[in-house]
Design a protein around this ligand. Structure first.
Ligand code: SAH
Length: 387
């Protein structure tokens, strides 16, 4: 028997508008095992295409195809090859970057990041979890990777009724992988680092910030030192802050590895430290704010907005007139306009008018599928304090 799912009119309309997800409430009937690839039938008995079925998630169906296209080996290989060719066309000056960005590469719930010869993969739905063993050899074929690590530990897997684990699924994966991003080299721990090891989505924003960097720089929420290390050669002095002692150790290690003697990392809570620096009368020519997602869900939005405003306000006060603030939000639940408004409110309260120098987002290797807002999460504004 062919696994099938029947959806209602609202689901069909969503699909017509280009969104690949069908919620549980729009599914009328299912005859399939959890994680199966199903044929989806519309309200007028019309065959709509194939989708991944999840029995646990609110997102019941993730569309793979529209219409009659077969889901066979050549289908998967073509989708993988298309995603990889796009990255090759970008001339990325780094050995670590995203190869497959899930829905935006029409490979729903599959993440593949490249760290030199190693691939780090995440399967974030029941369907992708089931398919992963089949896809891994094809990923290896098309990249020549020597090892593949499944970082299947994100919390979202719980919503799919999937366990959280990390395992090598092909070849060998060393404890640490050496990668390069522009002129900066890193030693990455793909098993335990945040995300899949590095914040690859910020690479192009770090690069963009280079042209404005000078004088004394404060890099807040620095993690492995992403912004601090890339900007250091343009600055006199770089201070990097992170709340995690391990991150601070890593920043110092990476600074030494790159021969950057003007980078000093310290363990601090950015909220407290910005206040302290202000009390001390410190001033900077550039400040970077790249906090973790404050709004992990809708309910957290008001508190998150207050948090974003607070750090932006404090940072603008510490900035010299003519100085630059690189301010980011990776909260999907706070959209671009809302984020810009928060920064504006902060500038009003700080009595620090700013001009927008650049409006940026996640790097091009993390594409945004227009009409699918879930694929657009990282906002980055580069603003200049005018007076
Ligand atoms: N800017 C980094 C990525 C930042 S990720 C890059 O370019 O790679 C967010 C970081 O913020 C994490 O390393 C986390 O440890 C740190 N963090 C979270 N809350 C913090 C706080 N209140 N004060 C300082 N650091 C914090």
């Amino acid at each position: 028997m062919i696994p099938t799912a029947v959806i209602g009119a609202r689901g069909e309309e969503r699909l017509r508008r280009g969104h690949p997800w069908i919620y549980r409430t729009d599914v009328v009937d299912v005859a399939a095992e959890p994680g199966a690839v199903v044929e989806v039938i519309g309200p007028r008995q019309r065959f709509l295409g194939h989708a991944l079925y999840s029995a646990s998630s609110q997102i019941s169906l993730r569309f793979l195809t529209h219409g009659e296209e077969e889901i066979d080996e050549s289908f998967w290989r073509t989708r993988i090859a298309t995603a990889i060719e796009f990255r090759q066309s970008l001339s990325i000056d780094a050995t670590a970057y995203r190869l497959i960005h899930a829905e935006a590469d029409l490979l729903p719930s599959l993440i593949v990041d490249r760290y030199a010869e190693i691939l780090v993969v995440q399967a974030l739905s029941q369907g992708m979890d089931r398919l992963l063993p089949t896809l891994v050899p094809w990923l290896v074929d098309s990249t020549g990777a020597s090892g593949v690590l499944a970082r299947n530990d994100p919390r979202v897997r719980q919503l799919e009724g999937l366990d959280q684990h990390v395992e090598v699924v092909y070849g060998e994966v060393p404890e640490r992988v050496e990668v390069r991003e522009g002129p900066v080299s890193y030693s990455v721990n793909p098993r335990a680092g945040q995300k899949t090891g590095l914040f690859l989505d910020q690479r192009e924003n770090r690069e963009a910030a280079v042209q404005y960097a000078r004088g004394r720089l404060l890099d807040c929420f620095s993690y492995n030192g992403g912004f601090a290390l890339r900007l250091a050669s343009r600055c006199d002095l770089v201070e990097a802050l992170d709340i995690s002692a391990e991150a601070v150790a890593r920043i110092n290690e990476n600074a030494a590895r790159n021969g950057l003697s003007n980078v000093a990392a310290r363990e601090a809570n950015v909220f407290d430290e910005l206040r302290r620096l202000e009390r001390d009368g410190q001033r900077y020519q550039m400040i970077v704010l790249d906090p973790p997602a404050f709004a992990k869900n809708k309910a957290a939005v008001p508190k998150a907005m207050a948090g974003y405003k607070e750090i932006n306000l404090r940072a603008l006060r510490l900035l010299e007139p003519g100085g630059y603030l690189v301010t980011c939000s990776c909260s999907y639940n706070i959209d671009e306009a809302t984020f810009a408004h928060i920064v504006y409110e902060a500038s009003v309260d700080a009595h620090a008018p700013v001009t927008v120098v650049e409006k940026r987002m996640q790097g091009r290797d993390h594409p945004v599928l227009l009409g699918v807002p879930e694929t657009y999460y990282l906002k980055c504004l580069i603003v200049r304090r005018v007076t």
